[in-house]
Design a protein around this ligand. Structure first.
Ligand code: GTQ
Ligand code: FE2
Length: 335
């Protein structure tokens, strides 16, 4: 039998020979940067055009035009939300995990599984997989925050589920600060280690920044400056099963060494100005910008200003590690 004939025969039986399909390998992805001016302009236009009651969430997604998934990356998603004074974003839950990082404004609340968490600039709030969440802005100015989600990853499994709560706002069943008192500092001796990792939690900016300052005097990661992971309050490990959140300070003039790894990272510039070399090109960033560093691209960061720069980021390393797919390589040079 001729090869072409065989291939055709197999195709009629919904089969294919390995010699025909091979195994698709990793293909390099394109880094991308979103300017804050564009994001902010979109949010301010949406603020007056889209009612939060009609949209459920007034959120704008970052789309990497080079990604095949219509999302920020193949696994992780950034969106920015704006909530006007007095507005409520109604209660729902989904098995995407989400985080909120407050970019601008204050005086709003996110309620997660019955506990109310204040939202101040720089705070990080976890809404883990399948927790009920709603938001309320009690201030007299709009508030803007960054939503980080593992949506594209969950969609790749076709396992995304979503539910609306029966009421607009959920009842408060816990006191404010209860999760921190339960989990933030000490573990109950009854802790078994098998507790659900996806617990609601808030990392206040005040404490995050104090921690950055404290370790900044002595610890400097050659690839990332002064870097902190937001550890999960139950396990002490990654922030969530699917996402690791990190905050890093780059001292004035710092140039980090190059490395690459099989995790994908999304960044948001909280303070400062600089550039990140990714592959052969540079992503030039300033306060408010966001950028994506695809997996397996050599990269290094540079602070181009006389002030400290602070980057918030989220990556999918917990998933790569759990599946034994995580690998990392280092270079001794900075570019
Ligand atoms: O803020 O709860 O971008 O549920 C997509 C789905 C944000 C949210 C998104 C969501 C949210
Ligand atoms: Fe949500």
């Amino acid at each position: 039998m001729k090869l072409a004939e065989l291939d055709q025969h197999l195709a009629t039986k919904s089969l294919a020979g390995f010699w025909k399909t091979r195994v698709p390998l990793h293909s390099p992805e394109t880094p991308y940067l979103w300017k804050w001016d564009d994001v902010q302009d979109g949010l301010l236009k949406a603020k007056d055009t889209i009612g939060v009651e009609m949209a459920e969430r007034r959120a704008i997604r970052l789309i990497n035009p080079y990604a095949p998934t219509n999302s920020t990356s193949r696994t992780l998603q950034f969106t920015f939300s704006i909530v006007n004074p007095g507005e409520v974003a109604t209660t729902h839950r989904h098995n995407m995990a989400a985080i909120r990082f407050v970019v601008q404004g204050s005086g709003a609340y996110t309620t997660v599984d019955g506990e109310r968490f204040p939202m101040e600039e720089g705070d990080l709030i976890l809404t883990p997989n399948w927790t009920w969440h709603d938001h309320f802005n009690g201030a007299d100015k709009p508030i803007v925050w960054l939503d980080g989600l593992d949506g594209p990853l969950i969609q790749s499994f076709n396992a995304l589920f979503f539910e609306m709560y029966e009421k607009e706002v959920q009842a408060l069943t816990r006191s404010e600060g209860e999760s921190t008192r339960r989990l933030g500092f000490a573990r109950s001796p009854k802790t078994t280690g098998k507790e659900r990792q996806g617990v609601p939690f808030r990392y206040s900016w005040k404490e995050t920044y104090e921690a950055l300052k404290t370790i900044g005097g002595t610890e400097n990661d050659p690839f990332d400056g002064v870097l902190l992971r937001y550890v999960n309050p139950v396990t002490g490990g990654f922030t969530l099963p699917t996402m690791s959140c990190e905050i890093q300070a780059l001292k004035a003039g710092l140039k980090s060494r190059m490395h690459r790894h099989t995790s994908t990272a999304l960044y948001h510039v909280f303070r400062g100005r600089g550039r990140t070399k990714v592959g052969e090109g540079y992503l030039e960033w300033e306060k408010g910008d966001s950028f994506a560093i695809p997996l397996w691209q050599w990269h290094s960061h540079e602070n181009l200003s006389a002030e400290e720069a602070i980057l918030f980021s989220m990556n999918d390393r917990p998933v790569l590690e759990a599946l034994e797919l995580y690998r990392e390589e280092e270079r001794s040079s900075t570019a």
